[in-house]
Design a protein around this ligand. Structure first.
Ligand code: PEP
Ligand code: MN
Length: 374
């Protein structure tokens, strides 16, 4: 794909820094936030949501079309270019008319190909930069498909925004990063700039800086950060918005990868390999955690059933089958044996902890603890 890189969108060079409130709430709020952001000298593009896609209709749904006028004034006064989320062709047409400098498609919109087609059609023939957030579910084809739809409308200033995916379990993040999907997107469309939105990923202000650093370490093309002049009073996403001061401090402490020293081709390749390793390690840890949770469940099940039978055959079978599998994958048999022994030991420890807890609580009959198998 013949995509224009963010550095050539006219907002400045280096990683594209987008900051601003989740929602435009009033002209005063927008102006106060924009002035403070402008003063940091660290922002290329001011963001604000005018039409807010909220889960519940009773929540604040944005100030809508009338806020475009506020943005026009903010832009005139501060000189900051502005970006808004568009969720319909009407939004897109109004944004073009109001002189908005860039638009993005939100996660909910990207989940619906009909909406993406309709918005792309409304943008056809313009030079508008369009950023496409990932869909709510970790469906890479849906994300790529939305980018293709925008591209097919003749738009060439395109970037993706990685904002994470809806978790179905309790999670540290509001939206799971699943970094491997951003890596996979970049390998599918190598010319596509991918910007990270650590605010929606984190869901809480305290987690934004480390998530932003992780994104920069992964060589992302920019950051979109939610900043509100008074987050405690924000009408949407108050937990995750930074104050302008917090934003300034964070930006000052983030380590931006130097692209001036050394052979950049080599550095990029090395970084890509490291990202793949990071992603695999992340998955390995997740898999180990899932395995241990099953062990705990097994411990509880055995305990409640009064079963504590040591099955040497089961362990020997595990060791043998995993070692053979490892050898067939080209791994050293001694290494596989060591790893599987360590995992098995930890699994037994997890079972024991659960069994002891249950005994102490009188939840199952006392047993001669010989339950050291899986
Ligand atoms: C937003 O950027 O304020 C927004 C609604 O984001 P998302 O589409 O990522 O949920
Ligand atoms: Mn938001």
């Amino acid at each position: 794909m013949d995509i224009v890189q963010t550095g050539s969108w006219g907002f400045g060079e280096g990683p594209l820094i987008i900051a601003g409130p989740c929602s435009a709430e009033s002209e005063e709020q927008l102006m106060a936030t924009a002035r403070a952001l402008k003063a940091t000298g660290r922002v290329h593009l001011l963001r604000a949501g005018l039409w807010k896609p909220r889960s519940r209709p009773s929540s604040f749904t944005g100030e809508g079309f009338r806020a475009l006028e506020w943005l026009r004034r903010v832009k005139a006064e501060t000189g900051l270019p502005v970006a808004v989320e568009v969720a319909s062709p009407e939004h897109a047409r109004a944004a073009i008319e109001a002189g908005v400098d860039a638009v993005w498609l939100g996660a909910r919109t990207v989940s619906n190909p009909f909406s993406v087609d309709a918005i792309a059609a409304a943008l056809r023939g313009t030079d508008m930069p369009v950023m496409v957030k990932n869909p709510l579910s970790p469906d890479l084809d849906l994300w790529v498909g939305a980018i293709e739809r925008v591209y097919s409308a003749g738009i060439r200033k395109i970037a993706a925004i990685h904002r994470g995916f809806t978790p179905y379990d309790k999670s540290r993040y509001r939206n799971l990063p699943k970094w491997e999907l951003a890596i996979e997107l970049r390998s599918r469309i190598p010319s596509l700039p991918v910007i990270c939105d650590p605010s929606h990923m984190s869901g809480k202000a305290s987690l934004v800086p480390e998530t932003a650093q992780k994104a920069l370490d992964m060589n992302m093309a920019g950051l979109m950060i939610e900043v509100h002049h008074d987050p405690a009073r924000a009408l949407s996403d108050k937990e995750q918005q930074l104050t302008p001061d917090e934003f300034d401090k964070m930006m000052g402490s983030l380590l931006f990868r130097s692209s001036t020293s050394g052979d950049i081709g080599f550095i990029n390749h090395l970084e890509e390999l490291r990202n793949r390793i990071d992603s695999i390690d992340h998955q390995l840890i997740g898999l180990l955690a899932s395995r241990m949770r099953i062990s705990e469940e097994m411990g509880e099940y055995k305990c409640r059933s009064g079963v504590t039978v040591f099955q040497l055959e089961r362990w020997l079978e595990i060791l043998e089958s995993r070692t053979q599998h490892g050898i067939s994958e080209g791994l050293d048999s001694e290494f596989v044996g060591k790893v599987i022994r360590m995992i098995h030991e930890e699994s037994i420890r997890c079972q024991d902890v659960v069994i002891k807890k249950l005994h102490d609580a009188g939840g199952c009959p006392p047993a001669g603890s010989d339950g050291e198998n899986e």
